[in-house]
Write a protein that binds this ligand. Sequence first.
Ligand code: CFM
Length: 481
Amino acid sequence: MPFKLFEVSKPIPERKEHTYVKHCGDPEDCLPKCNSKTIPGSMTERGCAFAGAKGVITGAIKDVAHIVHSPVGCTAYGYGTKRYPTTTDMPDGSQFPIKDFNIKYIIGTDLQESDVVFGGMKKLRQAILDTNKEFPFVSAIYLYATCTTGLIGDDLDAVAKEMEEELGKPIIAFNAPGFAGPTQSKGHTIGNNVLFSKLVGTTEPPATTPYDINLIGEYNIDGDLWLLKDYFKEIGINVLSTFTGDCCHDEIGWMHRAKLSVVRCQRSSTYIAKMIEDKYGIPYMKTDFFSTKYCAENLKTVARFFGLEDKADELIAKKMAEVGPELEFYRKKLAGKKAFIFSGGPKSYHLSVPLQEELDMDVTGVSSMFEHEDGFEKMKSRLDEGKLVIDDPNALELEELIEDYDIDLIMGGVKEKYFVHKLGIPCLLIHSYENGPYIGFEGFVNLARDMYTAIYNPVWNMLEFEETEEPDVPNVEEEAK
Ligand code: CFM
């Protein structure tokens, strides 16, 4: 195995199982170990289950107040959104009364030691009353358990039920304390289950058409959703509900009225699409709109369902004529550049083939924070012989990877960006994006442009590195003696 992953520092032997070098002859189920608890001592970049529920699934819902039942840290953590912009447009044509809509309402219960000892439900009730008084215009109030309240056993469902009756406003509890699972992925599942069981089937849309879809797992990162919505509109397809980018509380309730569910992010939200299919008989399809090739293919597949393939062809031809020449420029500039993709999971397989086939880049490997076996199968199937597939890499491993594989560009998140820059390598944000949207035809040009400007930035030629000795790793056990 050419990949000497664990030589930077003290090795963590168990990490070996989380790394796989693709050999085409290997059986299909030969994958890195994944979706398991983080190994102690490995400085993971994962998020927790609360982050998965609030940060990913519900945080983009624009007309609700989110109460995080926690000491102040989780509230502050939950306040940072994923850069999912929203409009003030409501489905009935009205406007939500608050202008600065990109700041979603988040309220904390600021638990203290006495609340931990005597219970925090009283404080939670008060927070709901205060929220209702301060923000009477929100459509619903969502409550979040965190590690602290999960451990002390506060019953959020009971408080939600009691206060919903008292206030006459929907109050929904999400019991996804940080420790509920090994990663944020567990929070996705819980978020899907709660929204499905509590909301779907409870409201009716203002109007329906024979061409209505649910666009599921599209969170409108830097405007991705708006681009896709425009494409569908041009084809003649109506997005009845979005789960959950730029969406309203009531929209979730009428997802059972769509004709088809289109699943964009397959890790975080296939769950609800499946539950809607099982209960209401609405079929779903898993899709991929990153890059011109996938976007064209998948728009056609969705359009075909409604007999609108000709319209899709027209749109694709028009878009390709628009983006083709610029993409060709970037293809020449990016050809042969080595990229490593580190996302939560899905973006690692969405982007690997487009980078290779449409931009002639060399994808050295991919990794994921929280994917499960099915996602890793897709990642592996989209890579060539000898490429790397890594579960939950830590900073030291990424550092070694950059050095050993002579990487030109890391595609990752804010946790990696600055230490990668310190190594003299560009790092492009593919979670929240640099200058998105990145989805669809125009989005792929934006991505290519950002990769080009990152790699060709003259700053990388101005850096000088001094050779330094690797410091000895202190032996904590010895010193403690
Ligand atoms: Fe789905 Fe997403 Fe992703 Fe995700 Fe995420 Fe994300 Fe991601 Mo960051 S919902 S799984 S939990 S595609 S925030 S928009 S980029 S890790 S690969």
